[in-house]
Design a protein around this ligand. Structure first.
Ligand code: KIV
Ligand code: ZN
Length: 518
């Protein structure tokens, strides 16, 4: 009989932890709603002890999302476990996910604990977590480099203590598929009461093997796979959800298993995530890259026209990519716009639709053809989730190879109208400096990318910036047919997030502590 493979999505925890991927609470909620549409089994919503912001987002997700299990991560420390429970208890199906490293390398250099101490910590944490929550996952961090006899001992003990899921991470992406499969198979066969728990795997991509290792583990008996949308995550990333799910679906003959993921929501999920984080997917990325279904060579095109099966092992539609993305024009109505947004995975409320329609009409006046990407930009840029403390009223920049670039900015802050000018190395830098002068907040531009979101000479330029304010990076994004305007808005978007963060989400005392431990 075909087995169910559970998909545990950790985009909002392991993924969000990676550089450049931090999201606000509202953005995490937006992503969680999309993960619910994608029908993942578990959403790991965050690491509540790491910051008050993380705690708030896990709690908000637990309160709102009804159909998935909501997990929160914690070390094997009582105050961490309590904090997770405080946040996830509102979920229909809450889960406490506790972890401790088990490899000798981690014990000796990181934890400075003996095997006996770690075993005791693991058991105490799992029993305590079980006294609060019926669903407890235990992760043996760096399991792939843990000595087998000790791993068996730890896993048996946490099952005895009440764990419901046992996760075997390849934390540093060191495993090789057949070796990892052997490890999982041996573990399941040697551990007493293995049938009482679901075995899970969590593979990192340092050697580009995270999907292969996850699938090898499934073949060896793992029934939960931990992964992230677009494969985002620490260093080389985590196993990519879309690759794991589509491999299981495309090669049913091999896996004899299935997931409950609604694959048509894969592409909208991927797009939403890159729009929220500003981290783009490489063009040749499997399943969701721009070229994933593009047939360029004449021989391939000829084959696909004659019979798709020649070069296409799955259809773009099955992952939610529409054949044609040319959508609306100047004369399209509100109803058509609402319908298109629904197709793109954005259910807009009437107020949002009013705003989106206004922005759409404005854009349609400047641009003949409106593509899906343009519509997404309208949502991301126009229907802001971050309060606009500073609003851009006016920007003017002059530049050339014989003059010093200067920019003048006028911003609104409540009833105040603020103006200043600055020079810079090019019009973009001058513009950002002028914004710094007006706001009195100095940002350090860490990253700046621009790309055209649709075709044609009148294409909309989408600008992503990563700006550091004190010790924290914020992503800003904006789009416009004018590059200076888009850059100013993107920079201001990051400024507004920083202002909002400082007022709404102070870091908890435990934050550095937890971050250092992870
Ligand atoms: O990579 C890892 O080991 C982890 C655990 C906390 C599951 O992220
Ligand atoms: Zn991880």
């Amino acid at each position: 009989m075909s087995d169910r493979i559970y998909i545990f999505d950790t985009t909002l925890r392991d993924g969000e932890q990676s550089p450049g991927c931090s999201l606000t609470i509202e953005e995490k909620l937006q992503m969680a709603r999309q993960l619910e549409r994608l029908q993942v089994d578990v959403i790991e919503a965050g690491f509540p002890i790491s910051s008050d912001g993380d705690f708030e987002s896990v709690r908000a997700i637990a309160r709102e999302i009804r159909s998935a299990t909501i997990a929160g991560l914690c070390r094997t420390i009582k105050k961490d476990i309590d904090r997770v429970w405080e946040a996830v208890q509102y979920a229909t199906r809450p889960r406490i996910h506790t972890f401790i490293a088990t490899s000798d390398i981690h014990l000796k250099y990181k934890l400075r604990k003996t095997r006996e101490q770690v075993l005791e910590d693991a058991v105490t944490a799992v029993s305590y977590a079980r006294s609060l929550c019926p669903d407890v996952e235990f992760s043996a961090e760096d399991a792939s480099r843990t000595e087998m006899d000790y791993l068996v001992q730890v896993v048996e003990a946490v099952i005895e203590a009440g764990a419901t899921v046992v996760n075997i991470p390849d934390t540093v992406g060191y495993a090789i598929p057949w070796e990892f499969a052997e490890k999982v198979r041996t573990l399941i066969s040697r551990v007493r009461n293995a049938d009482r728990v679901t075995f899970s795997v969590h593979c990192h991509n340092d050697l580009g093997l995270s999907t292969a290792n996850s699938l090898a583990a499934v073949a060896a008996g793992a029934r939960q796979v931990e992964c992230t949308v677009n494969g985002i995550g620490e260093r080389g990333g985590n196993a990519s959800l879309e690759e794991v799910v589509m491999a299981v679906r495309t090669r049913k003959d091999i896996f004899d298993g299935y997931t409950r993921v609604k694959t048509e929501e894969i592409y909208p999920s991927s797009r939403l995530l890159s729009n929220l984080t500003g981290v783009h997917v490489q063009a040749n990325k499997a399943i969701v890259g721009r070229n994933a279904f593009a047939h360029e060579s004449g021989i391939h095109q000829d084959g696909v026209i004659k019979e798709k099966l020649t070069y296409e092992i799955m259809t773009p539609q099955s992952v939610g990519i529409k054949e044609s993305n040319l959508v609306l024009g100047k004369h399209s109505g509100r109803h058509a716009l609402a319908k298109k947004y629904e197709e793109l995975g954005y259910g807009l409320n009437p107020k949002e639709l009013d705003k989106a329609y206004l922005l759409f009409k404005k854009l349609a006046d400047r641009k003949k053809e409106i593509y899906d990407e343009d519509l997404i930009v309208i949502i991301q840029d126009g229907i802001r989730v971050t309060p606009e403390v500073y609003k851009l009223k006016y920007v003017q920049a002059s530049s050339g190879n014989q003059i010093i670039s200067t920019a003048t900015i006028i911003l609104e802050k409540g009833d105040l109208v603020l103006q200043d000018s600055a020079t810079g190395d090019g019009p973009i830098e001058a513009t950002m400096r002028a914004i710094d002068r007006v706001t009195g907040i100095r940002g350090h531009l860490v990253d700046y990318t621009v790309h055209s979101v649709s075709g044609g000479k009148d294409a909309v330029a989408e600008v992503f910036v990563r700006v550091k304010f004190d010790d924290r990076n914020f992503i800003g994004k904006a789009a416009s047919t004018d590059l200076v305007d888009a850059s100013a808005r993107a920079y201001l978007h990051a400024v507004n997030k920083a202002v909002y963060w400082q007022s709404a989400a102070p870091k908890s005392v435990a934050a550095e502590d937890a971050a250092a431990a992870h």
